[in-house]
Design a binder for this molecule. Structure first.
Ligand SMILES: [Zn+2]
Ligand SMILES: [Zn+2]
Length: 189
């Protein structure tokens, strides 16, 4: 079922000039001044009124972005796997006790915004927002794979890790009763 929203001034005040961009990234069709353009002009004082249609979600799109909203990403691919990595390198990179991430094909991801990259090993580089610092990606181009940080997903509960890797670096206070495999190093699979 499709939904229709009149975002108009509300979205403009929240996202400013980026509203059309955000709408199109969310899979919507954006139109400015389609309805009530005359009245909105008369009361507009520089504001423009628009309509934003959110199309039916048939693609199970994975969408996310950084804390400040400048960086966005989307993919319609099926995840390759969902893991929680406990290695100290991931702890450093994310500033978190563990790195939970959704791994998807690199060539399936569209990304935008001021993304910076840090190569933490010859095979792996990590993406972050250069404006707010949010950790967004771990990219392994040679395997056509990229990890999306679960904390940056718009729906952070959409996935759950199904295995713990590099538990040799797991922080001592963490206890899991999820029943999922724990591997001291990389996943053997
Ligand atoms: Zn940001
Ligand atoms: Zn790791």
């Amino acid at each position: 079922m499709s939904q229709q929203f009149l975002w108009s001034i509300k979205i403009r005040s929240r996202f400013g000039r980026r509203a059309p961009e955000i709408c199109s990234e969310a899979g919507a069709i954006w139109g400015i001044g389609i309805a009530n353009s005359r009245s909105s002009r008369s009361v507009g004082k520089g504001r423009r009124r628009g309509l934003c249609w959110i199309m039916p979600d048939t693609t199970n799109e994975i969408v996310g972005g950084c804390l400040c909203g400048a960086c966005r990403y989307t993919t319609s691919a099926e995840p390759i796997n969902v893991q929680a990595c406990h290695c100290h390198e991931c702890q450093k990179a994310t500033g978190a006790p563990l790195y939970a991430r959704v791994l998807v094909p690199l060539d399936s991801v569209r990304m935008s915004g001021p993304i910076g990259w840090f190569r933490s090993s010859p095979e792996l580089r990590r993406g972050f927002c250069t404006n707010c610092g949010t950790s967004l990606f771990s990219e392994r181009a040679s395997a056509n794979a990229i990890g999306l940080t679960m904390g940056s997903l718009d729906e952070p509960d959409a996935f759950a890790p199904t295995e713990h890797i590099w538990t040799s670096g797991m922080q001592a206070w963490l206890k899991f009763d999820d029943g999922f495999p724990q591997y001291p190093a990389a996943s053997p699979v």
